[in-house]
Design a protein around this ligand. Structure first.
Ligand SMILES: [Zn+2]
Length: 195
């Protein structure tokens, strides 16, 4: 077995057992939650720098359970390959959003109605907006909803839920969109069904 030995060259410039010392010796640090199987990078901020890591506890923001400081990126460790990196934006999942819509609104009519959301492809920070409940004002993407024969109330409920969930930056008036769609596909054609 190879034991990696770590030394601080010269006098230790950091407070003993501080996070600053830990970072100087081991490089990047992570905090992981074993219950949620998630982790994120630990930023050694000014507030954390001189604190004793032996007596500092972290709490998971998802489950409230204890977070553990890790010296290696958790998903590179055996048995932790499926740990999720919380700092990476989750990809937009239309199927999962649709399943949630159907369970919340049982009267949603899959045979006649459809919706589609196309997030703008851009830097990761922009895509990140779609997983947040309160996306920044510059988030953008196209949300299209088709509800043939739906009542105004049904349309309003679905529209409100999708807008709240997906947080698109702009909403195209229906007439505008209908003309665009009719120009390239038949009503009920494959152009407006979900994958
Ligand atoms: Zn957790």
């Amino acid at each position: 077995m190879l034991w990696e030995r770590v030394y601080v060259a010269g006098p230790n410039p950091h407070k003993l057992h501080s996070f600053a010392e830990l970072r100087a010796m081991f490089g990047p640090l992570w905090v992981r939650c074993d219950r949620c199987r998630r982790f994120r990078r630990l930023r050694v901020t000014r507030a954390l720098r001189d604190r004793d890591h032996r007596h500092t506890r972290f709490r998971c923001r998802h489950c409230g359970g204890q977070g553990w400081v890790a010296l290696e990126r958790p998903n590179t460790e055996p048995g932790m390959e499926n740990y999720a990196d919380d700092d990476r934006p989750a990809p937009f999942d239309q199927a999962a959003t649709h399943a949630r819509l159907r369970s919340l609104l049982p009267w949603w009519n899959d045979a006649e109605w459809a919706w589609r959301f196309e997030p703008d492809t851009g830097p990761p920070t922009e895509n990140d907006a779609y997983r947040r409940r309160h996306a920044p004002a510059n988030a953008s993407g196209d949300l299209s909803i088709w509800m043939l024969g739906a009542s105004a109330e049904q349309a309003a409920v679905v529209n409100a839920w999708l807008v709240l969930t997906l947080n698109p930056a702009r909403i195209v008036p229906a007439t505008h969109e209908t003309h665009r769609i009719q120009g390239r596909s038949r009503p009920g054609g494959h152009g407006n069904t979900l994958p």
